[in-house]
Design a protein around this ligand. Structure first.
Ligand code: IPM
Ligand code: MG
Length: 355
């Protein structure tokens, strides 16, 4: 199969981790006789420095013309520490999501047997965790009207959702739940927010169409607690943009490290595959960041963008084996850490049948 992949490393550790994912994609392509073609493009702070725009048109065109996008990370402290900055790297990620119509962000949270002891949560609570968090990605407070009034002394961000936006994401979540354990948790704040009441009202209607689907509604504050107290009770969770952002960082701790979680953003055009973590600027250029979230995102790419499940499974198996061998970066291996590129090389060798 011909695989045309746009590669957007972005900022911070983006370059290093994307390099590992590319090596893995090439190894898989060799193994399964696919023809892979990478096209690189800039995004984020890197793109602001070169063009003034965090998501240049050229990058957008490259994404649209590709079968899938592999994305690294975005963000730079020079903007974080300057709240008055007119352009911000994160706007690159947000406009990419909006322009490619990526309304659904799939964030699977599972535990690896060999890492059970590394989770800050008790082993008996995390051992059977297998959650798919579906985060709405192109609406809500991220994209609502925002601004300042009162000579800059009052600020506002508006949370807006239309019935259509809620409908399509809840439907997608129901479809995924039906293929899994048939349990859906709709997370909202319907006791306070009008948008959440529209979420709940819309979800209640859609769910009637799904026979045999067990549904629960949960306020986001309660969900944050239940995720720690009983993560094994969840199957598919669906929620709005901001709640999904926060809950998935929280959920990543169950696994043992934020560096392990992949994601797929899907919608109306090319899908994007990216780790859920940020650009980790303190580690940039040091070859210490965990590349597994990005490598697992490449596995999701094979599955979701190309429907190549054997290829995806082989990557997942390689990752699992590397963790069993304790061949991992310092976030999960304090005593004998391996570098970013060493972990990438190990995974490649496993795929080539050398390990
Ligand atoms: C994520 C990130 C982004 C988000 C940032 C970098 C804008 O935290 O993908 O979860 O908030 O969506
Ligand atoms: Mg986030």
């Amino acid at each position: 199969m011909k695989l045309n992949i746009a590669v957007l490393p972005g900022d911070g550790i983006g370059k290093e981790i994307i390099e590992q994912a590319k090596k893995v994609v090439v190894a898989i392509a060799d193994n399964f006789a696919h023809d892979v073609n990478f096209t690189h493009a800039i995004v984020g702070a890197t793109a602001i420095d070169k063009t003034g725009n965090p998501f240049p048109d050229e990058t957008f065109e490259i994404c649209k013309a590709s079968d899938a996008v592999l994305f690294g990370a975005i963000g730079d402290p020079k903007y974080d520490n300057d709240p008055k900055a007119k352009v911000r790297p994160e706007q690159g990620l947000l406009s990419m999501r909006k322009k490619l119509g990526l309304y659904a962000n799939l964030r699977p949270v599972t535990t690896f047997k060999s890492l059970l002891g590394k989770s800050p949560i008790r082993q008996d609570l995390v051992q059977n965790v297998d959650i798919l968090v579906i985060r709405e990605l192109t609406g809500g407070i991220y994209f609502g009207e925002k601004g300042r009034t009162d000579n800059g002394n009052t600020a506002f961000d508006t949370n807006t959702y239309t019935r259509e936006e809620i409908d399509r994401i809840v439907r997608l979540a129901c479809d995924y739940a039906m293929k899994r354990d048939k349990k859906l948790t709709v997370v909202d704040k319907a006791n306070v927010l009008e948008t959440s009441r529209l979420w709940r009202e819309t979800a209640q209607e859609i769910i009637k169409e799904y026979d045999g689907l067990e549904t629960e509604y949960m306020f986001v504050d309660n969900a944050a607690m239940q995720l720690i107290q009983g993560p094994g009770n969840f199957d598919v969770m669906v929620t709005e943009n901001m709640f999904g952002d926060i809950l998935t960082d929280e959920a990543s701790v169950i696994t043992g490290s934020l560096g392990l979680l992949p994601s797929a953003s899907i919608g109306s055009s090319t899908s994007v595959f990216e780790p859920i973590h940020g650009s980790y600027p303190q580690a940039a250029g040091k070859n210490i960041a965990n590349p597994l979230g990005t490598i697992l995102s490449a596995a999701m790419m094979f599955e979701y963008a190309f429907n190549l499940k054997d290829e995806a499974r082989l990557i997942e198996e390689a990752v699992e084996k590397s963790l069993e061998e304790n061949y991992s970066t310092e976030d999960i291996n304090r005593n004998n850490p391996r570098s970013t590129s060493e972990v990438g090389d190990w995974i490649v060798k496993f795929i080539q049948g050398i390990k």
